[in-house]
Write a protein that binds this ligand. Structure first.
Ligand code: HEM
Length: 128
């Protein structure tokens, strides 16, 4: 088996993000949230995600947004975050191997866990 590269360049970030959202767009649970509910504008969302992952993994500080508020109104629960992580991990495993690839999975898990917790807390308070 050929050795997979680690994530080192902007081209690698683009492969990571593009391959991940290809999977998202074919997923029966997540595609309706991105396309049906949020009507995501892919030509602007994908470059935002290149900046986000480039900042986290290559230290470029290009991403200056606040991602959480965009997720709060979404109709998602733990199952959606579980699927998101499964697809993200699969994308990393198919394309990359090494310390930065491992870091990508840890970062994704931490952020997904925090988003899911904050959305669950917000939704449970709002029915009181
Ligand atoms: C259930 C899982 C998730 C769903 C359904 C989801 C969906 C979305 C949607 C609909 C947007 C808005 C796109 C737009 O601007 O129109 C978005 C933006 C974004 N998401 Fe997620 N997301 C999920 C999990 C995550 C996780 C775990 C991360 C980080 C590891 C993340 C990072 C981001 C970032 C950085 C943006 C861009 C915000 C900006 O434009 O500044 N998302 N997501």
């Amino acid at each position: 088996m050929a050795l997979l590269p680690d994530i080192h360049t902007e081209a690698d970030i683009k492969i990571l993000v593009d391959s991940f959202y290809d999977k998202v767009n074919q997923d029966d649970l997540l595609a309706p949230v991105f396309n049906g509910f949020a009507h995501v504008n892919w030509p602007s969302h994908l470059p935002a995600m290149y900046d986000f992952w480039s900042s986290l993994l290559l230290g470029t500080s290009r991403y200056r947004g606040r991602p959480f508020p965009k997720h709060l109104p979404l109709p998602v629960d733990a199952a959606h975050f579980q699927r998101w992580l499964e697809l993200f991990y699969a994308t990393v495993h198919e394309n990359f191997a090494g310390p930065v690839a491992e870091e990508a999975k840890v970062r994704a898990l931490n952020i997904a866990t925090m988003f899911e917790y904050r959305i669950r807390k917000h939704n449970s308070l709002s029915i009181l």
